[in-house]
Design a protein around this ligand. Structure first.
Ligand code: ZN
Length: 241
């Protein structure tokens, strides 16, 4: 780990009162959740369509059974636990220094770690609702049902996850924008930042210290400082004073 980078980040965390953390898929890989967009070798033997289609609104509507097969196989992580990054952020919030976590991940691990204000831009596998009567179903409910999950009323239980071809929840986006716009420091981790909505949201940041952390050698944006590291390993080096 680059000692100089750790020191810089420590100074930024020490000085922050309203830090916002923006995280992508890279935050969850240390919890053993693979990025579903990088199909493994066996993928093509099993699925005819690319992952973007399998996780699309179109697939959900037209090939519901195939959707749920993919969803159970590739998206739900049955035994993933929060890692050092998730726990650090929950502690920083409890210390009154972090105002929000904004995440593109749908695994619910920030909430598991104890974070309270989490804007899940793409929803969460933890919440599932019947399309007919609106009843809430837990992830455990969905896990226990084979094939297409169905409510007692007969309706299909749809995960509260933003599928390709669906719009983001406006309230969640507004909350994230407000948190970012009033933040004094921001850490963007585990995302290349070139993908929507990360690139758009970072424009709202007007604070002093911007840090990007990912495995890329070079930063995707010219602002702030860039640290090439795994976010969990990096935050393990940071103290909350
Ligand atoms: Zn129902």
């Amino acid at each position: 780990m680059d000692k100089f980078a750790v020191e810089r980040l420590q100074e930024i965390v020490d000085g922050a009162q309203r830090l916002v953390f923006f995280g992508g898929a890279g935050v969850s890989t240390e919890s053993g959740i693979p990025d579903f967009r990088s199909p493994d070798g066996l993928y093509h033997q099993k699925y005819k369509f690319p992952p973007e289609y399998m996780l699309s609104h179109e697939c959900f509507m037209d090939r519901t059974e195939a959707f749920f097969e993919f969803y159970r196989d590739k998206i739900i992580s049955y035994d993933a636990k929060p890692n050092a990054a998730h726990y650090f952020l929950a502690r920083l919030e409890a210390a009154g220094r972090l105002s929000a976590v904004v995440t593109q991940n749908i695994d619910g691990l920030h909430t598991d770690a104890g974070s309270k204000r989490v804007y899940e831009l793409h929803g969460s596998v933890r919440r599932n609702y019947c399309m007919q009567c609106g009843k809430y179903h837990s992830l455990e409910d969905v896990k226990s049902m084979a094939g297409i999950p169905r409510c007692e009323c007969g309706g299909i239980v749809k995960p509260d996850v933003v599928l390709y071809g669906e719009g983001l929840d406006e309230n969640v986006v507004t909350g994230a924008v407000n948190a970012i716009a009033s933040a004094d420091a921001m850490i963007i981790a585990g995302t290349s930042l070139v993908v929507y909505p990360a690139a758009g949201l970072v424009r709202y940041f007007r604070g002093k210290s911007l840090v990007t952390v990912n495995l890329d050698k070079d930063p995707a944006i010219s602002r702030g400082i860039h640290i090439q590291a795994k976010i969990g390993e990096l935050l393990s080096e940071i103290e909350i004073k």
